[in-house]
Design a protein around this ligand. Structure first.
Ligand SMILES: CC(C)(COP(=O)(O)OP(=O)(O)OC[C@H]1O[C@@H](n2cnc3c(N)ncnc32)[C@H](O)[C@@H]1O)[C@@H](O)C(=O)NCCC(=O)NCCS
Ligand SMILES: Nc1ncnc2c1ncn2[C@@H]1O[C@H](COP(=O)(O)OP(=O)(O)OP(=O)(O)O)[C@@H](O)[C@H]1O
Length: 198
């Protein structure tokens, strides 16, 4: 029976960086952000629901959703965020469950679900244990501003749309401290894998 790991953290604390290490170790990863992108492609139900709710000003010239614009809207306004979540979350969560079940059937020893909102959306029942990608709030802020090229005020709004990283750390079964170099993170990852692999 596969061990199902929930990989989480708060925005920009290193989930994707650690997910990549699982992939390099040939462990399958189901990526909730990737599912969120697929289900809003033109023609999908959520695509039309987003246009109905936010208007066609939310599209770019080629007809796809303007993700940058939608991010600005939802991280500046709680009602907009709730409206988007109501459209996309049920579809994302069904898809996560389906992909998990498909992978578990294939007898992988470990399956990873990379879910930023694992705790906020009360999805821990989907996993056997939770790994939190941790950085201090200061590192989180600096990395988010650098990666997304946004100012401190915009970065803080994005951070405040989720539970704090310290809260998630307190609820973790395993913590990977991602404050140091990527090599330091890889060393912790290798130890964790040795512990979890049968
Ligand atoms: C707002 C959107 C269009 C911005 O797209 P963009 O390509 O710029 O960012 P990306 O999807 O890579 O998300 C980056 C990070 O933002 C955070 N985030 C995304 N959506 C949310 C949300 N609704 N609430 C809180 N944090 C969120 C997550 O930490 C995520 O890893 C996109 O994030 C989205 O569709 N969000 C709604 C779906 C969702 O909740 N995704 C999170 C996984 S369940
Ligand atoms: N150990 C590290 N040292 C330096 N930079 C890092 C380290 N780990 C991650 N980063 C950088 O920090 C940023 C955030 O990392 P990453 O994208 O993995 O976070 P995330 O949790 O997946 O973010 P999101 O919630 O937005 O999906 C990226 O630019 C990444 O390259």
């Amino acid at each position: 029976m596969a061990i199902v790991i929930g990989l989480t953290g708060s925005i920009a604390t290193g989930k994707s960086t650690i997910a990549q290490l699982f992939i390099e170790a040939h462990i399958p990863v189901v990526d909730a952000d990737q599912i969120a992108r697929e289900i809003v492609e033109p023609g999908k139900k959520a695509y039309y629901d987003i246009i109905t709710t936010f208007g066609d000003k939310i599209l770019v010239a080629d007809g796809t959703i303007n993700r940058k614009q939608l991010a600005k809207l939802i991280f500046n306004n709680q009602e907009s965020r709730a409206a988007l979540n109501e459209i996309v979350h049920p579809i994302i969560f069904d898809e996560l469950k389906m992909r998990k079940e498909q992978l578990v059937k294939k007898h992988h020893p470990i399956v990873v679900l990379d879910i930023p909102l694992l705790f906020e959306s009360k999805l821990t029942h989907l996993v056997d244990c939770v790994v939190v990608a941790y950085t201090t709030p200061d590192n989180q802020l600096a990395r988010l501003m650098a990666r997304d090229q946004i100012d401190e005020q915009a970065a803080r709004k994005r951070i405040n749309a989720q539970l704090s990283i310290d809260q998630k750390k307190a609820w973790a079964d395993y913590i990977i401290d991602n404050n140091g170099t990527k090599l330091a993170t890889k060393k912790q990852f290798d130890l964790l894998l040795a512990l979890l692999l049968p």
